[in-house]
Write a new protein. Structure first.
Length: 269
């Protein structure tokens, strides 16, 4: 024990904490079953973010559950929204109910989007962080539909970057990338879940062929015809969240690359 300048005893700093990947894997079932709405709040384990996204903590959901939600509904689950909103979305009976959840909790969602976007500042991201700031400002000013249109402009660029899909493969390539299965046995499922919402976003829609407007947010439904009914407030929230989710995923990639580029530290003899 040591004393600070006020004479108060302070504990000696502990050394670094280590964990094996096997021990983390063993803890995953308990982590995934933790539902903060049912089990009360508890601190996030220090190694949780190695295999899960921080907004999953407390949602009481497995990666497979979250992937299914994202792929079927087009709602982002990676980085945003907050865990208590994820829980409500998972419990919702249908897509319309999920949209109401998003609209009713958009204040909490916007707050987390602001915090998440604020972390994204790597120069490799180009103008995307500034675009996100403008999108969130428009949303905050009460214009979610306008913010969504601007956000979707960035989504396609970010989607190609995150998925590493060649641009020549276009939308079908992005949809195939989003289709990949996520299971609870995957070692690092969090990366794929960022792409899962793209599956319904790029569903084919040809109004001149008599196609019905897709139930989930559809890029084609907005580009091929003006449909304010489709660009509802709930779908606007989805579009904004998707931009923030993909942007944060790219920031994570930048962080990993820069970490690998750092020269190793050597202790002096």
């Amino acid at each position: 024990m040591t004393k600070d300048q006020d004479g108060v005893q302070a504990e000696k700093p502990s050394g670094p904490i280590f964990a094996t990947l096997q021990s983390i894997r063993a803890a995953e079932p308990a982590w995934d079953s933790y539902d903060a709405t049912r089990d009360s709040n508890r601190p996030m384990p220090p190694f949780y973010v190695a295999v899960r996204r921080p907004n999953w903590w407390g949602a009481g959901a497995t990666p497979e559950d979250l992937h299914r939600l994202a792929k079927e509904s087009g709602i982002p689950v990676s980085w945003v929204p907050p865990a208590h909103v994820l829980r409500l979305l998972l419990d919702a009976a249908d897509h319309d109910t999920r949209l109401r959840v998003l609209v009713d909790h958009q204040r909490d969602i916007r707050q987390l989007c602001d915090e998440t976007a604020g972390y994204c500042d790597d120069e490799w991201l180009g103008d995307a962080p500034q675009m996100a700031a403008k999108v969130l400002a428009a949303w905050g000013d009460g214009h979610p539909e306008a913010a969504a249109c601007m956000g979707l402009l960035a989504v396609e660029e970010l989607a190609h970057q995150v998925s590493r899909v060649d641009r020549g493969k276009k939308h079908q390539g992005l949809k195939r990338a989003a289709e990949a299965v996520v299971t609870n046995d995957d070692w690092f499922p969090q990366g794929q879940t960022a792409l899962s919402p793209l599956f319904p976003l790029y569903t084919q829609y040809h109004p001149h062929k008599g196609d019905q407007v897709p139930e989930q947010l559809s890029r084609h439904a907005l580009v091929h015809s003006i449909s304010l009914g489709h660009l509802s407030e709930g779908h606007a929230v989805i579009a904004i969240m998707l931009m923030i989710s993909l942007l944060r995923e790219m920031q994570e990639r930048c962080d990993e690359i820069r970490h690998d580029m750092e020269p190793p530290e050597y202790e002096e003899d």
